[in-house]
Design a protein around this ligand. Structure first.
Ligand code: 5CA
Length: 445
Protein backbone atom coordinates (compact mmCIF):
# COMPACT_ATOMS: atom_id res chain seq x y z
CA UNK A 1 0.00 0.00 0.00
CA UNK A 2 1.20 3.48 -0.90
CA UNK A 3 0.46 5.88 1.92
CA UNK A 4 -0.41 8.65 -0.56
CA UNK A 5 -3.35 6.52 -1.68
CA UNK A 6 -4.34 5.01 1.65
CA UNK A 7 -6.90 6.24 4.16
CA UNK A 8 -5.00 6.70 7.41
CA UNK A 9 -6.53 9.59 9.35
CA UNK A 10 -3.93 9.94 12.14
CA UNK A 11 -4.61 12.56 14.81
CA UNK A 12 -1.96 14.91 16.15
CA UNK A 13 -3.78 15.73 19.38
CA UNK A 14 -4.43 13.25 22.12
CA UNK A 15 -8.19 12.76 22.30
CA UNK A 16 -9.47 13.98 25.66
CA UNK A 17 -12.11 11.26 26.09
CA UNK A 18 -9.63 8.38 26.08
CA UNK A 19 -8.49 7.33 29.54
CA UNK A 20 -6.17 4.45 28.72
CA UNK A 21 -3.23 4.20 26.37
CA UNK A 22 -4.67 1.61 23.96
CA UNK A 23 -7.79 3.71 23.42
CA UNK A 24 -5.72 6.85 22.87
CA UNK A 25 -3.40 5.12 20.42
CA UNK A 26 -6.20 3.46 18.46
CA UNK A 27 -7.88 6.85 17.99
CA UNK A 28 -4.61 8.63 17.19
CA UNK A 29 -3.47 5.96 14.73
CA UNK A 30 -6.75 6.27 12.84
CA UNK A 31 -7.86 2.72 13.61
CA UNK A 32 -11.31 3.34 15.01
CA UNK A 33 -13.87 6.09 15.31
CA UNK A 34 -16.51 6.21 18.00
CA UNK A 35 -20.01 6.53 16.53
CA UNK A 36 -21.94 6.38 19.79
CA UNK A 37 -21.12 5.12 23.28
CA UNK A 38 -19.33 1.79 22.92
CA UNK A 39 -19.98 1.57 19.16
CA UNK A 40 -17.13 2.02 16.69
CA UNK A 41 -16.39 2.26 13.01
CA UNK A 42 -13.37 0.19 12.09
CA UNK A 43 -11.19 2.36 9.88
CA UNK A 44 -8.84 0.64 7.39
CA UNK A 45 -5.85 0.19 9.72
CA UNK A 46 -7.97 -1.10 12.61
CA UNK A 47 -9.95 -3.33 10.27
CA UNK A 48 -6.74 -4.85 8.94
CA UNK A 49 -5.54 -5.83 12.42
CA UNK A 50 -9.00 -7.14 13.30
CA UNK A 51 -8.86 -9.42 10.23
CA UNK A 52 -5.38 -10.66 11.20
CA UNK A 53 -6.62 -11.55 14.66
CA UNK A 54 -9.67 -13.31 13.21
CA UNK A 55 -7.41 -15.30 10.90
CA UNK A 56 -5.28 -16.59 13.78
CA UNK A 57 -8.41 -17.52 15.73
CA UNK A 58 -9.81 -19.42 12.73
CA UNK A 59 -6.57 -21.28 12.10
CA UNK A 60 -6.19 -22.43 15.69
CA UNK A 61 -9.84 -23.48 16.02
CA UNK A 62 -9.76 -25.47 12.83
CA UNK A 63 -6.54 -27.25 13.82
CA UNK A 64 -8.54 -28.66 16.73
CA UNK A 65 -11.35 -29.81 14.41
CA UNK A 66 -13.81 -27.08 15.34
CA UNK A 67 -16.13 -26.05 12.51
CA UNK A 68 -16.89 -22.44 11.52
CA UNK A 69 -20.34 -21.19 10.54
CA UNK A 70 -22.29 -17.93 10.89
CA UNK A 71 -25.42 -17.19 12.91
CA UNK A 72 -27.63 -14.08 12.69
CA UNK A 73 -27.06 -11.18 15.07
CA UNK A 74 -30.82 -10.53 15.37
CA UNK A 75 -32.65 -13.39 17.02
CA UNK A 76 -36.20 -14.24 17.96
CA UNK A 77 -37.08 -13.76 21.63
CA UNK A 78 -39.03 -17.04 21.52
CA UNK A 79 -35.84 -19.04 21.33
CA UNK A 80 -34.53 -17.26 24.42
CA UNK A 81 -37.82 -17.83 26.24
CA UNK A 82 -37.21 -21.56 25.88
CA UNK A 83 -33.99 -21.37 27.90
CA UNK A 84 -35.47 -18.84 30.31
CA UNK A 85 -32.82 -16.25 29.49
CA UNK A 86 -35.10 -13.74 27.75
CA UNK A 87 -36.32 -12.62 31.16
CA UNK A 88 -33.21 -13.55 33.15
CA UNK A 89 -30.54 -11.75 31.13
CA UNK A 90 -31.35 -8.25 32.44
CA UNK A 91 -30.70 -4.83 30.95
CA UNK A 92 -27.61 -5.81 28.98
CA UNK A 93 -29.88 -7.58 26.51
CA UNK A 94 -30.97 -5.21 23.74
CA UNK A 95 -34.60 -6.05 23.06
CA UNK A 96 -36.60 -4.75 20.08
CA UNK A 97 -39.72 -5.42 18.05
CA UNK A 98 -40.11 -5.84 14.33
CA UNK A 99 -42.98 -4.24 12.34
CA UNK A 100 -45.27 -7.16 13.22
CA UNK A 101 -44.74 -6.57 16.92
CA UNK A 102 -42.61 -9.70 17.29
CA UNK A 103 -40.03 -9.58 20.08
CA UNK A 104 -36.47 -9.75 18.82
CA UNK A 105 -33.06 -9.22 20.35
CA UNK A 106 -29.49 -8.48 19.34
CA UNK A 107 -27.46 -11.52 20.36
CA UNK A 108 -25.10 -10.93 23.33
CA UNK A 109 -23.97 -14.60 23.05
CA UNK A 110 -25.49 -17.51 21.16
CA UNK A 111 -26.04 -20.66 23.24
CA UNK A 112 -29.73 -20.79 22.22
CA UNK A 113 -29.12 -20.35 18.49
CA UNK A 114 -26.41 -23.03 18.35
CA UNK A 115 -28.52 -25.41 20.45
CA UNK A 116 -31.42 -24.82 18.05
CA UNK A 117 -29.36 -25.62 14.98
CA UNK A 118 -27.94 -28.68 16.71
CA UNK A 119 -31.34 -30.08 17.76
CA UNK A 120 -32.76 -29.57 14.28
CA UNK A 121 -30.23 -31.84 12.59
CA UNK A 122 -28.33 -34.07 14.98
CA UNK A 123 -30.17 -37.10 16.33
CA UNK A 124 -27.58 -39.78 17.03
CA UNK A 125 -24.58 -40.18 19.30
CA UNK A 126 -22.72 -41.32 16.19
CA UNK A 127 -22.60 -37.71 15.00
CA UNK A 128 -20.73 -36.62 18.14
CA UNK A 129 -18.42 -35.07 19.19
CA UNK A 130 -19.25 -31.81 17.45
CA UNK A 131 -17.92 -28.30 18.03
CA UNK A 132 -19.31 -25.41 15.99
CA UNK A 133 -18.14 -21.84 16.25
CA UNK A 134 -18.50 -18.41 14.69
CA UNK A 135 -16.82 -15.02 14.72
CA UNK A 136 -19.72 -12.62 14.87
CA UNK A 137 -20.72 -9.22 16.27
CA UNK A 138 -22.39 -9.19 19.65
CA UNK A 139 -24.25 -6.48 21.49
CA UNK A 140 -24.37 -5.98 25.24
CA UNK A 141 -25.89 -2.80 26.55
CA UNK A 142 -23.10 -2.33 29.10
CA UNK A 143 -23.82 0.13 31.94
CA UNK A 144 -20.40 1.69 31.50
CA UNK A 145 -18.94 1.18 28.03
CA UNK A 146 -15.38 2.51 28.24
CA UNK A 147 -11.76 2.13 27.28
CA UNK A 148 -12.56 2.01 23.56
CA UNK A 149 -12.87 -1.50 22.15
CA UNK A 150 -12.04 -3.01 25.54
CA UNK A 151 -15.56 -2.64 26.86
CA UNK A 152 -17.72 -1.86 23.89
CA UNK A 153 -21.43 -2.33 23.50
CA UNK A 154 -21.03 -3.75 20.00
CA UNK A 155 -18.00 -6.05 19.87
CA UNK A 156 -16.63 -8.93 17.87
CA UNK A 157 -16.50 -12.31 19.59
CA UNK A 158 -15.45 -15.77 18.63
CA UNK A 159 -17.99 -18.04 20.25
CA UNK A 160 -17.77 -21.81 20.06
CA UNK A 161 -20.12 -24.49 21.37
CA UNK A 162 -19.35 -28.14 21.96
CA UNK A 163 -21.94 -30.94 21.89
CA UNK A 164 -20.94 -34.23 23.50
CA UNK A 165 -22.56 -37.46 24.64
CA UNK A 166 -21.01 -37.57 28.10
CA UNK A 167 -19.58 -35.25 30.71
CA UNK A 168 -16.11 -36.78 30.12
CA UNK A 169 -16.29 -36.01 26.41
CA UNK A 170 -17.45 -32.46 27.13
CA UNK A 171 -14.57 -31.96 29.57
CA UNK A 172 -12.20 -33.10 26.84
CA UNK A 173 -13.74 -30.42 24.59
CA UNK A 174 -13.14 -27.93 27.42
CA UNK A 175 -9.48 -28.96 27.61
CA UNK A 176 -9.14 -28.82 23.84
CA UNK A 177 -10.37 -25.23 23.92
CA UNK A 178 -7.92 -24.37 26.66
CA UNK A 179 -5.08 -25.63 24.45
CA UNK A 180 -6.31 -23.74 21.36
CA UNK A 181 -6.61 -20.54 23.39
CA UNK A 182 -3.08 -20.79 24.79
CA UNK A 183 -1.79 -21.17 21.23
CA UNK A 184 -3.97 -18.38 19.86
CA UNK A 185 -2.84 -15.77 22.38
CA UNK A 186 0.82 -16.72 22.12
CA UNK A 187 0.68 -16.24 18.36
CA UNK A 188 -0.49 -12.69 19.05
CA UNK A 189 2.49 -12.05 21.29
CA UNK A 190 0.39 -12.23 24.47
CA UNK A 191 0.67 -14.16 27.68
CA UNK A 192 -2.91 -14.91 28.74
CA UNK A 193 -3.18 -16.80 32.01
CA UNK A 194 -6.12 -19.15 32.58
CA UNK A 195 -7.72 -18.28 35.92
CA UNK A 196 -10.61 -19.83 37.79
CA UNK A 197 -13.59 -17.52 37.39
CA UNK A 198 -17.32 -17.09 37.85
CA UNK A 199 -19.73 -18.21 35.11
CA UNK A 200 -22.29 -15.36 35.37
CA UNK A 201 -25.31 -15.51 33.06
CA UNK A 202 -23.81 -18.29 30.91
CA UNK A 203 -24.02 -20.80 33.78
CA UNK A 204 -22.15 -23.90 34.93
CA UNK A 205 -19.44 -24.72 37.47
CA UNK A 206 -16.32 -25.21 35.37
CA UNK A 207 -15.02 -22.03 33.90
CA UNK A 208 -11.70 -20.33 33.30
CA UNK A 209 -11.04 -16.81 32.13
CA UNK A 210 -7.87 -15.94 30.22
CA UNK A 211 -6.22 -12.81 31.53
CA UNK A 212 -3.51 -10.60 30.15
CA UNK A 213 -1.77 -8.81 33.00
CA UNK A 214 -1.97 -5.01 32.61
CA UNK A 215 -2.37 -2.14 35.07
CA UNK A 216 -5.38 -0.89 33.12
CA UNK A 217 -7.20 -4.25 33.29
CA UNK A 218 -10.69 -4.22 34.74
CA UNK A 219 -10.32 -7.41 36.82
CA UNK A 220 -8.36 -7.80 40.01
CA UNK A 221 -6.38 -11.05 39.95
CA UNK A 222 -4.44 -13.14 42.47
CA UNK A 223 -1.84 -15.66 41.37
CA UNK A 224 1.25 -17.68 42.10
CA UNK A 225 4.10 -15.99 40.21
CA UNK A 226 5.35 -19.39 38.98
CA UNK A 227 2.49 -19.39 36.49
CA UNK A 228 4.08 -16.59 34.48
CA UNK A 229 7.01 -18.90 33.62
CA UNK A 230 4.75 -21.21 31.61
CA UNK A 231 4.56 -21.03 27.83
CA UNK A 232 2.90 -23.40 25.42
CA UNK A 233 5.42 -22.79 22.63
CA UNK A 234 5.38 -24.83 19.45
CA UNK A 235 4.93 -28.24 21.04
CA UNK A 236 2.99 -30.83 19.07
CA UNK A 237 -0.43 -31.69 20.29
CA UNK A 238 -2.89 -34.37 19.26
CA UNK A 239 -6.32 -32.88 19.89
CA UNK A 240 -7.90 -36.35 20.01
CA UNK A 241 -5.56 -37.42 22.79
CA UNK A 242 -7.57 -37.04 25.99
CA UNK A 243 -4.62 -37.52 28.39
CA UNK A 244 -2.42 -35.06 26.52
CA UNK A 245 -5.05 -32.29 26.56
CA UNK A 246 -5.86 -33.02 30.21
CA UNK A 247 -2.12 -32.78 30.94
CA UNK A 248 -1.99 -29.27 29.47
CA UNK A 249 -4.99 -28.21 31.56
CA UNK A 250 -3.29 -29.53 34.71
CA UNK A 251 0.01 -27.88 33.85
CA UNK A 252 -1.60 -24.48 33.29
CA UNK A 253 -4.25 -24.52 36.02
CA UNK A 254 -2.73 -26.34 38.98
CA UNK A 255 -1.13 -23.24 40.50
CA UNK A 256 -3.21 -20.63 42.28
CA UNK A 257 -4.67 -18.12 39.78
CA UNK A 258 -8.09 -16.59 40.36
CA UNK A 259 -10.05 -13.46 39.60
CA UNK A 260 -11.60 -11.50 42.47
CA UNK A 261 -14.93 -13.25 41.80
CA UNK A 262 -13.60 -16.58 43.06
CA UNK A 263 -10.59 -15.48 45.11
CA UNK A 264 -10.10 -17.55 48.27
CA UNK A 265 -7.82 -15.75 50.73
CA UNK A 266 -7.17 -18.90 52.81
CA UNK A 267 -6.05 -20.92 49.76
CA UNK A 268 -3.97 -18.02 48.46
CA UNK A 269 -2.19 -17.86 51.83
CA UNK A 270 -0.83 -21.37 51.14
CA UNK A 271 1.21 -20.01 48.20
CA UNK A 272 4.74 -19.15 49.47
CA UNK A 273 4.66 -15.45 50.36
CA UNK A 274 7.41 -14.46 47.90
CA UNK A 275 5.36 -15.92 45.02
CA UNK A 276 2.01 -14.29 45.89
CA UNK A 277 1.00 -11.65 43.36
CA UNK A 278 -1.98 -9.31 43.20
CA UNK A 279 -2.39 -7.48 39.93
CA UNK A 280 -4.88 -6.34 37.33
CA UNK A 281 -5.79 -8.18 34.16
CA UNK A 282 -7.70 -7.87 30.89
CA UNK A 283 -10.06 -10.77 30.23
CA UNK A 284 -9.50 -11.82 26.62
CA UNK A 285 -11.43 -15.09 26.69
CA UNK A 286 -13.47 -17.48 28.77
CA UNK A 287 -14.34 -21.17 28.53
CA UNK A 288 -17.33 -22.87 30.15
CA UNK A 289 -18.70 -26.34 30.75
CA UNK A 290 -22.36 -26.16 31.75
CA UNK A 291 -23.57 -29.72 31.21
CA UNK A 292 -27.18 -30.04 30.10
CA UNK A 293 -28.42 -26.54 31.08
CA UNK A 294 -29.47 -25.62 27.53
CA UNK A 295 -29.94 -29.09 26.03
CA UNK A 296 -32.52 -30.02 28.67
CA UNK A 297 -34.53 -26.82 28.53
CA UNK A 298 -34.44 -26.73 24.73
CA UNK A 299 -34.80 -30.46 24.01
CA UNK A 300 -31.42 -31.10 22.38
CA UNK A 301 -31.05 -34.87 22.77
CA UNK A 302 -29.40 -37.64 20.82
CA UNK A 303 -30.03 -41.37 20.85
CA UNK A 304 -27.31 -43.20 22.75
CA UNK A 305 -26.05 -46.69 21.80
CA UNK A 306 -29.06 -48.25 23.57
CA UNK A 307 -31.42 -46.17 21.43
CA UNK A 308 -32.45 -44.00 24.40
CA UNK A 309 -32.67 -40.20 24.03
CA UNK A 310 -30.21 -38.35 26.28
CA UNK A 311 -29.58 -34.59 26.53
CA UNK A 312 -26.16 -33.60 25.20
CA UNK A 313 -23.41 -32.15 27.40
CA UNK A 314 -22.36 -28.71 26.31
CA UNK A 315 -19.92 -25.93 26.90
CA UNK A 316 -19.26 -22.57 25.29
CA UNK A 317 -15.98 -20.85 24.65
CA UNK A 318 -15.44 -17.19 23.84
CA UNK A 319 -12.60 -14.97 22.66
CA UNK A 320 -12.95 -11.19 22.74
CA UNK A 321 -11.66 -10.63 19.20
CA UNK A 322 -12.12 -6.84 19.09
CA UNK A 323 -11.01 -6.46 22.73
CA UNK A 324 -7.76 -8.19 21.79
CA UNK A 325 -6.61 -5.16 19.80
CA UNK A 326 -6.76 -3.09 22.97
CA UNK A 327 -5.11 -5.81 25.04
CA UNK A 328 -2.23 -6.20 22.58
CA UNK A 329 -1.61 -2.45 22.54
CA UNK A 330 -1.75 -2.24 26.35
CA UNK A 331 0.92 -4.94 26.44
CA UNK A 332 3.05 -3.54 23.60
CA UNK A 333 3.61 0.21 23.14
CA UNK A 334 5.97 3.01 24.08
CA UNK A 335 5.74 6.80 24.28
CA UNK A 336 5.87 7.07 20.47
CA UNK A 337 3.02 4.71 19.76
CA UNK A 338 2.02 1.13 19.11
CA UNK A 339 4.52 -1.72 18.69
CA UNK A 340 2.73 -4.54 16.83
CA UNK A 341 3.86 -8.09 17.40
CA UNK A 342 4.83 -9.61 14.03
CA UNK A 343 1.89 -12.06 14.15
CA UNK A 344 -0.79 -9.36 13.95
CA UNK A 345 0.88 -6.34 12.36
CA UNK A 346 -1.32 -4.59 9.77
CA UNK A 347 1.65 -4.26 7.37
CA UNK A 348 4.82 -6.29 7.59
CA UNK A 349 7.24 -3.45 6.92
CA UNK A 350 7.17 0.30 6.46
CA UNK A 351 9.24 2.03 3.79
CA UNK A 352 10.07 5.68 4.35
CA UNK A 353 11.26 7.64 1.37
CA UNK A 354 13.13 10.57 2.90
CA UNK A 355 13.04 12.59 -0.31
CA UNK A 356 10.06 11.84 -2.50
CA UNK A 357 10.86 13.31 -5.93
CA UNK A 358 14.55 12.39 -5.80
CA UNK A 359 15.12 9.99 -8.67
CA UNK A 360 17.41 7.55 -6.85
CA UNK A 361 15.30 7.51 -3.66
CA UNK A 362 12.06 7.01 -5.60
CA UNK A 363 13.52 4.19 -7.63
CA UNK A 364 15.07 2.35 -4.67
CA UNK A 365 11.84 2.68 -2.66
CA UNK A 366 9.77 1.37 -5.59
CA UNK A 367 12.10 -1.59 -6.01
CA UNK A 368 11.86 -2.45 -2.31
CA UNK A 369 8.10 -2.11 -2.44
CA UNK A 370 7.76 -4.44 -5.40
CA UNK A 371 10.22 -6.97 -3.96
CA UNK A 372 8.14 -7.30 -0.78
CA UNK A 373 4.92 -7.64 -2.73
CA UNK A 374 6.49 -10.35 -4.90
CA UNK A 375 7.31 -12.28 -1.71
CA UNK A 376 3.68 -12.10 -0.57
CA UNK A 377 4.46 -9.55 2.14
CA UNK A 378 2.54 -6.31 2.64
CA UNK A 379 4.70 -3.19 2.73
CA UNK A 380 3.40 0.26 3.62
CA UNK A 381 5.31 2.78 1.53
CA UNK A 382 5.33 6.37 2.75
CA UNK A 383 5.65 8.11 -0.61
CA UNK A 384 4.03 11.35 0.53
CA UNK A 385 5.65 14.66 -0.37
CA UNK A 386 6.33 15.96 3.12
CA UNK A 387 9.10 16.35 5.70
CA UNK A 388 10.87 13.34 7.16
CA UNK A 389 9.86 14.21 10.75
CA UNK A 390 6.17 13.72 10.08
CA UNK A 391 6.82 10.46 8.26
CA UNK A 392 8.81 9.02 11.15
CA UNK A 393 6.18 10.14 13.67
CA UNK A 394 3.33 8.46 11.76
CA UNK A 395 5.31 5.27 11.21
CA UNK A 396 6.22 5.06 14.91
CA UNK A 397 2.64 5.78 15.92
CA UNK A 398 1.12 3.02 13.80
CA UNK A 399 3.78 0.64 15.09
CA UNK A 400 4.94 -1.57 12.21
CA UNK A 401 7.63 -3.88 13.63
CA UNK A 402 10.19 -3.04 10.88
CA UNK A 403 10.99 0.11 8.96
CA UNK A 404 13.29 0.72 6.03
CA UNK A 405 14.50 4.27 5.52
CA UNK A 406 15.58 5.22 2.02
CA UNK A 407 17.44 8.48 1.35
CA UNK A 408 19.75 9.96 -1.29
CA UNK A 409 22.70 10.11 1.11
CA UNK A 410 22.62 6.41 2.02
CA UNK A 411 21.99 5.39 -1.53
CA UNK A 412 25.24 7.09 -2.58
CA UNK A 413 26.93 4.39 -0.50
CA UNK A 414 24.51 1.74 -1.75
CA UNK A 415 22.70 1.34 1.58
CA UNK A 416 19.32 1.81 3.25
CA UNK A 417 18.59 1.71 6.98
CA UNK A 418 16.61 -1.09 8.64
CA UNK A 419 15.11 -0.23 12.03
CA UNK A 420 13.41 -2.44 14.58
CA UNK A 421 10.43 -0.62 16.13
CA UNK A 422 10.71 -2.48 19.42
CA UNK A 423 14.40 -1.93 20.21
CA UNK A 424 14.92 1.19 18.10
CA UNK A 425 18.12 -0.38 16.75
CA UNK A 426 19.11 0.49 13.19
CA UNK A 427 21.43 -1.23 10.74
CA UNK A 428 22.64 -0.11 7.34
CA UNK A 429 22.69 -2.64 4.52
CA UNK A 430 22.06 -2.95 0.80
CA UNK A 431 18.41 -2.93 -0.27
CA UNK A 432 18.75 -6.59 -1.34
CA UNK A 433 19.95 -7.65 2.10
CA UNK A 434 17.19 -5.60 3.73
CA UNK A 435 14.57 -7.54 1.75
CA UNK A 436 16.27 -10.81 2.68
CA UNK A 437 16.34 -9.92 6.36
CA UNK A 438 12.66 -8.99 6.52
CA UNK A 439 11.67 -12.01 4.43
CA UNK A 440 13.48 -14.29 6.88
CA UNK A 441 11.72 -12.74 9.85
CA UNK A 442 8.35 -13.51 8.27
CA UNK A 443 9.52 -16.93 7.04
CA UNK A 444 9.18 -15.98 3.39
CA UNK A 445 12.79 -16.77 2.52
N1 5CA B 1 -21.05 -17.60 25.38
C1 5CA B 1 -19.85 -17.42 26.14
C2 5CA B 1 -18.68 -18.02 25.48
S1 5CA B 1 -18.86 -18.13 23.80
C3 5CA B 1 -19.62 -15.94 26.41
O1 5CA B 1 -20.37 -15.09 26.00
N2 5CA B 1 -18.55 -15.67 27.15
S2 5CA B 1 -18.11 -14.23 27.70
O2 5CA B 1 -19.24 -13.54 28.22
O3 5CA B 1 -17.06 -14.48 28.61
O4 5CA B 1 -17.56 -13.41 26.49
C4 5CA B 1 -16.45 -13.89 25.78
C5 5CA B 1 -15.38 -12.82 25.66
O5 5CA B 1 -15.90 -11.68 24.98
C6 5CA B 1 -14.88 -12.27 26.98
O6 5CA B 1 -13.89 -13.09 27.54
C7 5CA B 1 -14.33 -10.91 26.57
O7 5CA B 1 -12.99 -11.05 26.11
C8 5CA B 1 -15.21 -10.52 25.42
N3 5CA B 1 -16.18 -9.49 25.83
C9 5CA B 1 -17.22 -9.63 26.69
N4 5CA B 1 -17.86 -8.47 26.85
C10 5CA B 1 -17.22 -7.55 26.08
C11 5CA B 1 -17.41 -6.15 25.81
N5 5CA B 1 -18.41 -5.46 26.35
N6 5CA B 1 -16.55 -5.54 24.94
C12 5CA B 1 -15.55 -6.24 24.37
N7 5CA B 1 -15.34 -7.54 24.59
C13 5CA B 1 -16.15 -8.20 25.43
Amino acid sequence: MRLSRYFLPVLKETPAEAQIVSHRLMLRAGMIRQQSAGIYSWLPLGYKVLKKIEQIVHEEQQKAGHIPLLMPTLQSADLWRESGRYEAYGDELLRMQDRHGRDMLFSPTAEEMFTDVFRSYVKSYKDLPLTLYQIQWKFRDEVRPRFGVMRGREFLMKDGYNFDLTKEDALHAYNRHLVTYLRTYERMGLQAIPMRADSGPIGGENTHEFLVLADTGESEVFYDSEITDLTFGDRDIDFDNVEQCQGVLEEFTSRYARTDETHDAALFAEVPAERQRTARGIEVGQIFYFGTKYSESMGASVQNSDGKPVPVHMGSHGIGVSRLLGAIIEASHDEKGIIWPEGVTPFHVGIINLKTGDEAADEASETLYKSFEALGLEPLYDDRKMGAGGKFASMDLIGLPWRITVGPRGLKNGVVEVTCRKTGESEEMTPELAVEKIAKIYKKA
